[in-house]
Ligand binder design. Structure first.
Ligand code: ATP
Length: 342
């Protein structure tokens, strides 16, 4: 991992107008990422700023390839091999981009946890659930007996029947939904400040999805953890998050409180996402697919990355990348948001 330059977070401020706060669970500030060098350099993220307050639930939403996972992983210092990063990333009071190996390992063990789409990919299949759950606690110096007691307690909290027996079982003995519950228990075992949930319900059936989302919210509330919830599903994000960041082609294009995002999207891409999704909030006359295909940052057009798919695009969208500006209660990177929400 190579860090080119670090901006001073305290000076930078955040898109929601607050000063960056060292006590935030997560502060990503002006993060840009690229792999390769010289003419072969491929930009992956550009000027991404995301903040998650303590105990807050924040959504990161966009189509496939928009850069959501890269952003979430950067919070743990997990950058693509050979990537160059500029900007700042802090988790609680840890400067992630400047952290050494050991500090990053400690951060991942105790202060920030990540849950992935497929629970089977996060658990070693030949280790017992009890070992998986007590590992982080033991690393924190909790004695074996107390760690086991805490693990059983957590299993109980996430709705696993017979926690004592479950500790002795192996991952293949659980269904996908039950195993994701175990992973959530593991992720919260050390009371981390930050939980990164990367499409945690996408691999589950609809009923189990709802249960796991409900459980995540409950657990997060009880433990006071800040959560970055990564999803391609804007309806789901708006339903469970306090605030949502919408990402397109490696950039944040809109940030808003969930309620206002739904009622008054300010970016044409946000509106297109809403029109393309079957709403959980009632009836929609028609589902409209977004024309064209999603772009990665490296292949996006100059100026506004969305302009080749945008029904409102004009000449002024081609020149420079639109800066974030307030519109209603949103912060939006579009030159004509009043045409999206008059
Ligand atoms: N190591 C890498 N080298 C080159 N390109 C990469 C690398 N890692 C990711 N990318 C590209 O960066 C873009 C963003 O990837 P990312 O995984 O963050 O997308 P995403 O929004 O999470 O999508 P999905 O929902 O499909 O997981 C994609 O176009 C991806 O191909």
């Amino acid at each position: 991992m190579k860090v080119l330059a670090k901006k001073t977070l305290a000076r930078k401020g955040t898109p929601d107008g607050r000063a960056e706060d060292r006590r935030d669970a997560l502060g990503i500030s002006g993060l840009s990422l690229a792999v390769g060098t010289g003419e072969r350099a491929i930009p992956l993220l550009a000027d991404v700023t995301v903040r998650v307050g303590r105990g807050e639930t924040v959504g990161l939403v966009g189509e496939s390839g928009s850069g959501k996972s890269l952003t979430a992983r950067a919070a743990l210092g997990m950058l693509p091999r050979g990537a160059r990063a500029t900007g700042g990333v802090t988790v609680a009071d840890v400067d992630v981009l400047a952290a050494g190996r050991r500090q990053l390992r400690d951060l991942r063990r105790t202060r920030a946890s990540m849950i992935f789409q497929d629970p089977r990919a996060s658990i070693n299949p030949v280790r017992r659930i009890g070992d998986y759950l007590t590992e982080g606690l033991r690393a924190r110096g909790v004695p074996a007996r107390a760690a086991a007691e805490r693990a059983r307690d957590l299993l109980d909290q996430v709705g696993i029947r017979d926690p004592k027996g479950a500790m002795r079982r192996f991952p293949h003995e659980f269904s996908g939904g039950m195993l994701q519950r175990v992973v959530i228990a593991g992720a919260l075992s050390t009371e981390p400040e930050l939980l990164l949930a990367d499409e945690p319900t996408t691999a589950l059936d609809v009923t189990t999805q709802a249960e796991v989302v409900g459980l995540l919210k409950d657990m997060q509330r009880v433990h006071g953890t800040g959560m970055l919830f990564v999803t391609h599903d804007l309806d789901l994000a708006a339903a469970i998050c306090d605030r949502v960041y919408v990402m397109y082609a490696g950039r944040i294009v809109e940030e808003a409180a969930s309620a206002s995002l739904f009622a008054a999207p300010a970016h044409p891409y946000t509106r297109a996402l809403l029109e393309a999704s079957p709403s959980v909030h009632g009836e929609k006359a028609e589902i409209k697919a977004i024309t064209g295909r999603p772009r990665a940052l490296a292949e996006s057009p100059s100026g506004c990355s969305f302009r080749d798919r945008c029904p409102l695009a004009g000449d002024e969208c081609a020149g420079t990348v639109p800066a974030h500006r307030p519109h209603g209660t949103s912060l939006v990177a579009c030159v004509r948001p009043e045409q999206v929400t008059p």
